[in-house]
Design a protein around this ligand. Structure first.
Ligand code: SAM
Length: 266
């Protein structure tokens, strides 16, 4: 594409390393009969090899300057469809074949909203292979007690297994980004939905409101009026009263939510 200037505001760091592209394709293992939705097709570095596999591809790209190029690149593949849209506005019900595999070398500025989209629409997603900044991948894969443990990790891990697959250096892209990238695979868990999903989400977000504060002081009085009552419930659930949110595991957040709902306290 001569004369095209990548747009920084759209996170346009295009993959140029053939071996990196092949590693990502090997991870996705596309095949005829699979439906793949790609976030940010760009200049088709992933779209073309995905299309060659015979899988059905919906390639979403927000930049209208790239649409003609992509359509031309893919014109001999009737199994591909290019959609000129902001991915975050895509309603999964508008995608004819569900569940689908989600893939993307993500524009870094929309990584968190994409993960939230994935969690919100998890019932339509077979799996997801996504490239993002290594720091965000580390946060998503973190565990209780790590400095990175956060509502995003909790909500994501409640519904998905997160595998950090490999990292790629800046020289795999043009223009090169300032950060190292990592590819993660997300596979839906067949178990545990939180029984009281709305209350669970509110509790977790409130618990992390000020990371350095004790759990009790974040939750009370905002969510639970009486801090002493809350302390005795923590003790009953075998949680230390001076615990911080970053030390609390997902199951413990679920137990605490269930107990507070049962006592009509939230
Ligand atoms: N897949 C290509 C590759 O690997 O070379 C491009 C990846 S580039 C990191 C991210 C792409 O996402 C860009 O083409 C950018 O225009 C597109 N993009 C940015 N924001 C988007 C959005 N909200 N919805 C859809 N595409 C978006």
């Amino acid at each position: 594409m001569s004369g095209y200037r990548p747009k920084k505001r759209l996170g346009q760091n295009f993959l140029i390393s053939e071996s990196a592209i092949q590693r990502i394709i090997d991870l996705i293992r596309p095949q005829s009969g699979t439906h793949i939705v790609e976030i940010g097709a760009g200049r088709g570095a992933l779209t073309l090899p995905l299309a060659r596999s015979g899988a059905d591809i919906t390639a979403v790209e927000i930049d209208r300057d790239l649409i003609g190029y992509l359509e031309n690149l893919l014109k001999t593949y009737p199994n591909t469809k290019v959609v000129a849209e902001d991915f975050l506005n895509i309603d999964p019900l508008s995608i004819p074949t569900r569940p689908f595999v989600l893939v993307g070398n993500l524009p870094y500025q929309i990584t968190s909203p994409v993960i939230e989209w994935v969690v919100r629409h998890r019932m339509h997603i077979q799996s997801a292979c996504l490239m993002m900044q290594k720091e965000v991948a580390d946060r998503l894969a973190s565990s209780p007690g790590c400095k990175d443990w956060s509502p995003l990790a909790i909500f994501t891990q409640l519904y998905f297994e997160i595998e950090r697959c490999f990292t790629l250096g800046p020289d795999c892209f043009r223009p090169p980004p300032k950060v190292t990238s990592a590819v993660i695979r997300m596979t839906p868990k067949l178990t545990a939905e939180a029984k009281y999903a709305t209350e669970f989400e509110r509790l977790v977000r409130t618990a992390f409101h000020q990371r350095r504060k004790l759990l009790v002081n974040n939750l009370s009085p905002t969510l639970v009026t009486d801090p002493n009552r809350l302390r005795s419930i923590l003790t009953e659930l075998k949680l230390p009263i001076n615990i911080r949110a970053e030390q609390v595991a997902t199951e413990q957040f679920i137990n605490l939510t269930n107990r507070l709902v049962a006592l009509d306290l939230i």
